[in-house]
Ligand binder design. Sequence first.
Ligand code: MN
Length: 237
Amino acid sequence: MKKREFLKVASTITAGTIISPIAACNTATKEEDEITKFILPDLPYAYDALEPFIDKTTMQIHHSKHHAGYVKKLNAAKKGTKYDSMKLDELIANVSNKDTGVRNNGGGHFNHSLFWEILTPSSEVSLMGKLLDAINGQFDSFDRFKDLFFDAAKGRFGSGWAWLCIGETGLFISSTPNQDNPLMKKIVKENGTPILGIDVWEHAYYLNYQNRRGDYINNFFNIINWEEVAKRFEKYS
Ligand code: MN
């Protein structure tokens, strides 16, 4: 890490400022030539904070190896390309299916940055207010929403994600393969802004759950940071 980057990270930590990982990813570091270098955001809680629902070792490997790998490969893949000066959300919106490295690793960086933020160890964060009303309005009931989200996540063949998104006609549930994301206009057909997402790659659950993806998805509902999801809902709807 360059000294300037270190100081930036260190001052962020010292100030105790809560910065959205997505904002943090976007701030990254701006070089004189306007090349954005993305950095791995810190987790907003300890590696063992989500136990027993997600175990410490899974979180540690997931964040410090998998997510870190996406960041490193994204920086390498975009170097010298038209994506070099783009912020993360801009890069995701514009990525073409021909730019495989930027698509896979940009998606990986974006998706995981969102994922860490919408999880919480606190059992006191509950779903209420406008988002609850919108979920009830769109899916008839919370239980029905949960069933549909579960099916999208369980039914994703192979690796990928399930999402709750805001689209032109309101909330919808979708699923994307690999590290694709509903914001990828040139790649994903059903476009919207994801406000909640679950990683169903085996690396997200296999150590603790082995082949029981359904148990992992059900437990995911115990650690959703609904306050954070609601913030995104109000921002993007
Ligand atoms: Mn993952």
